[in-house]
Design a protein around this ligand. Structure first.
Ligand SMILES: NC(=O)c1ccc[n+]([C@@H]2O[C@H](COP(=O)([O-])OP(=O)(O)OC[C@H]3O[C@@H](n4cnc5c(N)ncnc54)[C@H](OP(=O)(O)O)[C@@H]3O)[C@@H](O)[C@H]2O)c1
Length: 326
């Protein structure tokens, strides 16, 4: 089968596409004929050796796939061959076939194309588990979403609206702000000049945002601490800007703020049922038209490096997906 292979840590341009043996599902695993694979910021960091998880070389990147079940290892129940599924792989998704634990392999709605499904699970799962399970966002609260034109940010705008929040979407370009507005944001702001705290305060009658969803970090995080409400919850999602911020503990104390970490993929090891429950809710919202995922680009496996660069260069809108069809 064809697969993208990372043989040495470095920029995405070092990736190659090769014929490799098809993986064999172990006990509890499912073998999936991959139709599409989501491109995640984490993939671009993993191949550079800059992510918290470092697979041994050589390896095939790719965390989330959509396709059909081909076969199953021992001790797999509730799934059958030919079923259309999404799955969370440890690695190996940028390939024509991949294995994933059955516990995090979930059937997709009939109406959901594989390209959409492949870009759905990580982005919407992180947004939903972050906002509901971790921050306990309540209807009527104000949610500030950073990086709102990107994969996880745009998903958080939609999930926040579905949960009844007033959503302020922050993004660095006019077209990303327009995209966030089309997907439900009540207000859009430009956070590139680093002075957005006054705008957020003005939009919330001086109170600040109850929940901040931050996949960007750096200065954006620092400013967020200045416009978060008393008893606000700041969700630490990621550091797309590159800097891991330092927390000003004094502000955390005087404003009674909760800093809440969200590592969606870790639920795979600790509590996979939280992922599958969340997906059930998200698929229901998708089927009723509440969620409208944006797959802005679909590229073949051979263009995996280009796809990753789209994210690293801030060019991606919504999700970018790789497909295995010629
Ligand atoms: N914790 C979790 O479980 C989890 C799950 C998924 C993703 N994440 C993390 O969330 C972050 C975003 O992921 P994503 O998939 O949404 O990526 P994405 O689609 O590329 O979006 C990232 C956004 O960050 C903003 N950004 C600001 N500075 C940037 C820079 N120097 N380089 C690139 N982008 C920059 C960009 O928006 P503007 O151009 O508007 O500034 C961009 O739209 C990543 O750090 C990722 O690892 C975490």
């Amino acid at each position: 089968m064809r697969a993208v292979v990372c043989k040495a840590w470095g920029p995405p341009e070092g990736l190659v596409v090769e014929d490799v043996p098809e993986p064999v599902p172990g006990a509890g695993d499912v073998l999936i004929r991959v139709r599409a694979c989501g491109v995640n910021f984490a993939d671009a960091l993993i191949v550079q050796g800059k992510y918290q998880e470092k697979p041994s070389l050589p390896f095939t990147p790719g965390l989330e796939v959509a396709g059909e079940v081909v076969s199953m290892g021992k001790d797999v129940g509730g799934l059958g061959t030919g079923q259309r599924v999404v799955a969370l792989c440890a690695t190996g998704g940028y390939a024509e076939a991949a294995t994933a634990p059955a516990l995090v392999t979930v059937r997709i709605p009939d109406a959901m194309p594989c390209e959409t499904a492949a870009g759905f699970m990580v982005a919407y799962g992180t947004a939903h588990i972050g906002l509901e399970h971790r921050a306990q966002l309540r209807p009527g609260e104000t949610l500030l979403v950073h990086g709102a034109g990107g994969g996880v940010g745009l998903a958080a705008v939609e999930v926040g609206k579905a949960m009844g929040a007033m959503v302020i979407a922050a993004a660095g370009s006019e077209d990303k702000r327009a995209l966030a507005r089309r997907h439900g944001a009540d207000h859009v702001i430009d956070y590139r000049d680093g002075k957005f705290k006054d705008v957020v305060k003005a939009l919330t009658d001086g109170r600040g945002a109850d929940v901040v969803f931050d996949p960007v970090g750096g200065q954006v995080f620092a400013q967020s601490m200045r416009c978060i409400a008393w008893e606000g919850r700041l969700l630490v999602i990621g550091f797309a800007a590159g800097d891991i911020p330092q927390v000003p503990a004094g502000l955390v104390l005087v404003k009674n703020i909760a800093m809440i970490g969200v590592y969606w993929g870790a639920y795979r090891m600790h509590e996979p049922a939280i992922i599958t429950e969340s997906l059930r809710r998200l698929f229901a919202w998708y089927e009723e038209g509440t969620l409208r995922p944006v797959i802005s680009e679909t590229l073949p496996l051979e263009r995996a490096a280009e796809a990753m660069q789209r994210l690293l260069r801030r060019e991606a809108r919504g999700k970018v997906v790789l497909t295995t069809e010629d």
